[in-house]
Design a protein around this ligand. Structure first.
Ligand code: PMP
Length: 372
């Protein structure tokens, strides 16, 4: 017998429009450029591989992992390794996310009362406003000063006006790369009626933290990630906060959000802290070299960075981006986004060879455009 074929009464696009939320249908997806075969300097990844002996051990760990079983929902071993590695104060608890993107989502979901607000700065990480809106929060972005420092007075005024449930500050900030003034942050934490989230995704390259100060402020919580440290593929981010907060957000976490392989592999890698420290130090050294070389290039303005990327302003970002791409180098073109980023590119610090290739292509592209 032939199976009955279901013939819909209306075109599928109309069904979608009737069923899926209007704001979701209008949303622009988070775009990731195609990168196969390219020198990838667009996503703040660590360009270094782990040493072969460690990789061999990880292979054994992966092959012994019980893939037929659900992961440990409490991730006891991984949390203990993270606690030791990141010097998490004993009084604080950890919530694990499938990347820190997921932590942003848990925080927003948990705090999204009708009419509620998330406050951030502009320009900053694009996922804050995206996740805020999807979770039903209004997003208010307070402009940074012209040098990308925090406008503490404007922040406090916005806090008083909007009474945000959440304030997000990336420390250092993405995509500007700078660290905000710690005293200005403290001022904001004291003024905020809700949670203040300090997102320390780039901590390995800035080496300053609010971790030891968590106990001072009841409404301060921290986010970290293993992505920039060299484990972006594992997808592991964390919230570090007083247990009074984590007990609430942990209820929103899907029970098995961190898989068996990520738990086992990350636990082992964190025990090789010296490997991660050496790679972060190499990236910091390359950041200084790259910044110095860029400062010496006519037509390039480079901003100070405490992260593993540099923000640049050139005369024609779109043309420069295209020309770098044509020579096999992928950076992030920020032009067309926030007005403060007009003609800006963001380049992740790569290996010495990758950075040299980038510098040579950039110089060639700028020479061409100055003759045009
Ligand atoms: N926070 C900031 C400031 C970021 O720049 C990023 C990644 N670009 C993230 C969080 C998310 O990182 P992940 O989800 O890989 O942990």
């Amino acid at each position: 017998m032939k199976p009955a074929v279901f013939t819909p009464q209306e075109p599928i696009e109309r069904w979608v429009a009737r069923v899926v939320r209007d704001d979701i249908r209008r949303l622009q997806p988070y775009s990731v450029a195609e990168s196969s075969g390219m020198i990838k300097l667009d996503a703040m990844e660590n360009p270094h591989e782990l040493p072969p002996a460690l990789r061999a051990q990880l292979g054994e760990i992966a092959s012994a992992a019980p893939l037929n079983r659900y992961p440990d929902p409490a991730a006891v071993a991984l949390k203990a390794a993270l606690r030791a590695y990141m010097q998490v104060p004993d009084a604080m608890e950890i919530v694990l996310g499938n990347g820190s993107d997921e932590i942003i989502q848990l925080l927003a979901l948990g705090c999204a009362r009708p009419g509620g607000t998330m406050l951030g700065v502009e320009p900053s990480f694009s996922m804050y406003p995206l996740i805020a809106r999807v979770c039903g929060l209004q997003f208010v972005g307070v402009p940074l000063c012209a040098d990308f420092s925090l406008d503490a007075d404007a922040m406090v005024a916005a806090i008083e006006r909007h009474r945000p449930a959440l304030v997000f500050l990336a420390y250092p900030n993405n995509p500007t790369g700078n660290l905000f003034d710690a005293a200005a942050i403290e001022h904001i934490v004291r003024a905020a009626p809700g949670l203040v989230v300090i997102d320390e995704a780039y901590h390995p390259f800035a080496q300053v933290s609010f971790m030891a100060r968590l106990q001072e402020f009841p409404n301060l919580v921290l986010m970290r990630t293993l992505s920039k440290l060299g484990l972006a593929g594992l997808r592991l981010g964390l919230l570090i906060a007083n247990p009074a907060w984590t007990v609430q957000f942990d209820k929103l976490r899907l029970p098995y959000n961190v898989n068996v392989l990520s738990q086992a592999v990350a636990t082992r890698v964190l025990q090789s802290a010296h490997v991660l420290a050496a790679q972060a130090a190499a990236i910091r050294a390359e950041r200084s070299r790259l910044a110095a070389r860029l400062q010496g290039m006519a037509g390039v303005q480079v901003y100070p960075s405490q992260a593993n990327f540099l923000l640049l302003r050139v005369a024609a970002a779109a043309a420069t981006y295209d020309s770098l791409k044509a020579s096999g180098i992928l950076v992030r073109n920020l032009a067309g986004g926030h007005p403060a980023l007009a003609d800006c590119l963001r380049v992740t610090v790569g290996t010495t060879a990758e950075n040299d290739a980038f510098l040579a292509s950039l110089a060639a592209s700028l020479r061409l455009s100055s003759h045009a």
